[in-house]
Design a binder for this molecule. Sequence first.
Ligand SMILES: [Zn+2]
Length: 208
Amino acid sequence: MRVLLSFVLVFAACSAADTTRVAGEASDNETVSVSMSLYILDDADGGTDSPLSSGREIAEIEAIAVLMNEIWAQAGIELDVKTVSRIDVPAEVLIDLGAGDTSSFLNAASAGTFMVPDPSIINGFYLGRIGTANGLTPLGTRIFFVADEPTVNDERVSSHEIGHIFGLHHVLDNSGQLMFSGTNGTELDAAEQSVARYSIEGILDGVR
Ligand SMILES: [Zn+2]
């Protein structure tokens, strides 16, 4: 399936077929499952040898996804990986992303300038550089970006960005927590776990 990312951003919540709902409405003990696709961004004009293309490999991203699930398991949340693949995007989009500007990526995705195969509820993009950040989640979207060489663990950056997608804000007083900036902390406190699960249920129900 090849679908415009913009379609996914707006309508993903309505697509029950994309979603495995293990949870149901009730218990705090049941696992909530949300689909996730991960993509490596390459320079459409220069190929994988281009300095703009990510240096990552598919197997590396698959390994990151396993470790992300270990982090989110503490909240009873499963990130159900639908696809891990490479996609080609225009060089100018990668240049803008490299400067920390996500607008041309979002515009090009909306315009169908490049296609995202098998998008999920949550979609992550791995690329050479994203400004000076380890990772980034454009406000109000369910997509995140992770740089090739973050200053903290790959799975931690990726999981932190997903925390933002699940409605979590930064914590300022405990570097051991996932939502503290710039550390390898992975803890989620009880309130954060509740908020994240509540957010996912809202996404799956199409009300968030
Ligand atoms: Zn953050």
